[in-house]
Every structure is written in C-alpha cells, then in structure tokens.
Design a protein around this ligand. Structure first.
Ligand SMILES: C[S@@+](CC[C@H](N)C(=O)[O-])C[C@H]1O[C@@H](n2cnc3c(N)ncnc32)[C@H](O)[C@@H]1O
Length: 269
C-alpha cells in the first residue's frame, strides 16, 4: 500500500489556508463520499452551488460560514470572478475553505477555473471527486451507460457553452460514434440538440430518456425518441435539473422510466 493511499484511507486533515473543491454528488445525501463529509465537518467557510440541498449542508460544522453562490430564482448569479476572489480571500485569511459543487467538481462544474484561480494566487487546493449526475441519473433510471453489444462508448456533453448557446461541437461525429450520449443542461435546448443529432445521422426513432431530479425526492423520468422528445418534454413539464440520455442502452433493462411520464420505478417498488 503506498503512502498516498494510506493517507486517503485515514482521512487527511484539512489544513487552514487551503481550498477544497468538493463534489456533493447528485443530491441524495447518502451518495456523498466520506471525504466530502469529512471536509464539510472541518470547514470554516463553505461556498455552495444551488444543487447541494439542506440534507447535504447539514454535515457542515456548526459555526462555519455558509454562503450560497449558485443560481437562485429571481436573483442574478454570483459572477465566477467574485466566487474565485472569495475562495482566495478566505484561504488567505487562514480559513479552511470548501467549495461545494453538485455532482463532480470537474464535470461541467467550473472546478478547473476555480483551481486555476487558486493556483495563480498561490493557494493550495485539492479536489474531492463526487458522483456526477452523468453517472447517477442513468443509474437511477436503470439505464446502463454502456452495454456489451449495444454501446461501447459514452460521451458527456453540455448543451450550454459560456455564452449560453449550444456548443460548436462536431455533432455529426458524435452521432456516428454509435455510443451513448449523456447531455447536461440540455432540457431547454432539446429541440436544437435533437435537430443537430438527426442532421448528423441519428434516426428520429433513437431512444431518449430524460431523468429529472435524479436521487432526489422529486425524481421522475420520461422515455421518448429523438424525433418527439421536444414535444413530449414540453407536455410533461419535467422539473430541473435533468439529464438527457440518448442511445440504444435505454430499454436494455426492464423499463423504469415510463414511456410518457412517470415516477422512476425502483426494483421491488
Ligand atoms: C452545471 S451542471 C453540473 C454538473 C455536475 N458537476 C455533475 O457532475 O453532475 C448542472 C447539470 O447537471 C445535471 N444534473 C445535476 N444534478 C442532477 C440530478 N440530480 N438529476 C438530473 N440531472 C442533474 C443537469 O443536467 C444540470 O443541468
């Protein structure tokens, strides 16, 4: 056993003056890692996104300052530069700073930008990985992202670039991989996404699953196709956050996501 692994098992203590970018997982507090819980228990300052809810935040040490910096309804989001500055200022003041982010900090979470800000300010930082919604939402819906003979690749994409538009990806190449596509932040961009993938060669009958609020009490889902997903999603008025899964892996296992709209049926339910 190497030294690094031993220290990971023991649960490294959190030195003052460091910033830890902590993944809070998809929402269910039981899906937090032990390291994430230990970080919250030691933190002096926690800056959190909108996704980690009260059940997750209850692990934060009493007396620690908790600041919400995520997008809130009716309120302008805190600019990234301001969040970066707050992380650096907190660490410089000798605080143990946790930046708590939904899912995994390095999957469409701007964790890289925050780590860079720490690096350029000379602040020690580390990342505590979390279970990304890209893994948790398909699992909650009983959809294997890969399946021998059905999908040998999986691609995570975002439907929002830094300007809010659909990213300038080679959607045709993506369509031709024959693998599964898991799209983040895509519910409001479903029409464009579906059109690009169909133009790229995917059949309108390609299965699509929309998994909303995965692992949270409001977990729900919709099974549809690329050709009809925009209309079906509009009719179903699914809540956010939602992950879109595209590919033949949908339906490999017994269906947990109802054809039109329904609560995800868990085994034994
Ligand atoms: C800014 S991204 C953050 C992703 C996060 N870093 C991760 O690894 O899951 C937010 C998007 O993640 C997805 N997402 C996050 N939590 C989710 C959940 N509980 N159920 C479904 N999708 C979720 C949605 O696509 C949402 O728009």
């Amino acid at each position: 056993m190497d030294v690094q692994f031993a220290s990971a098992l023991a649960g490294r203590s959190f030195p003052p003056g460091e910033v830890w970018l902590v993944g809070a997982g998809p929402g269910d507090p039981d899906l937090l890692t032990l390291k994430a819980v230990r970080a919250m228990e030691q933190a002096d300052l926690v800056l959190h996104d909108a996704l980690p809810g009260r059940a997750v935040l209850r692990h934060v040490r009493g007396g620690a300052e908790i600041v919400a910096v995520g997008k809130r309804k009716g309120a302008a989001p805190v600019p990234q530069a301001k969040i970066n500055a707050r992380l650096v200022a907190g660490a410089r003041a000798g605080l143990r700073v946790v930046r708590l982010k939904g899912g995994d900090p390095f999957v469409f979470g701007r964790g890289g930008e925050e780590a860079l800000a720490c690096e350029s300010a000379g602040i020690p930082w580390r990342v505590i990985p979390g279970i990304s919604a890209g893994l948790a939402a398909p699992a909650a819906a009983g959809i294997p992202l890969t399946h021998r003979g059905t999908a040998s690749a999986v691609t995570f994409v975002t439907a929002h670039d830094e300007t809010g538009a659909l990213p300038a990806l080679d959607w045709g190449a993506l369509a031709r991989t024959g693998g599964t596509i898991a799209a983040f932040m895509a519910l409001s961009r479903l029409d464009e996404l579906a059109l690009r993938l169909i133009a790229g060669g995917l059949a309108p009958s390609t299965p699509v699953a929309i998994v909303a609020q995965a692992t949270l009490p409001g977990e729900s889902g919709l099974r549809t196709t690329l050709g009809t997903c925009t209309l079906d999603a509009r009719r179903a008025a699914l809540p956010t956050p939602a992950l879109i899964v595209i590919g033949d892996v949908i339906g490999v296992l017994s269906e947990r996501v109802a054809p039109v709209m329904g609560v995800i049926q868990h085994a034994g339910a």
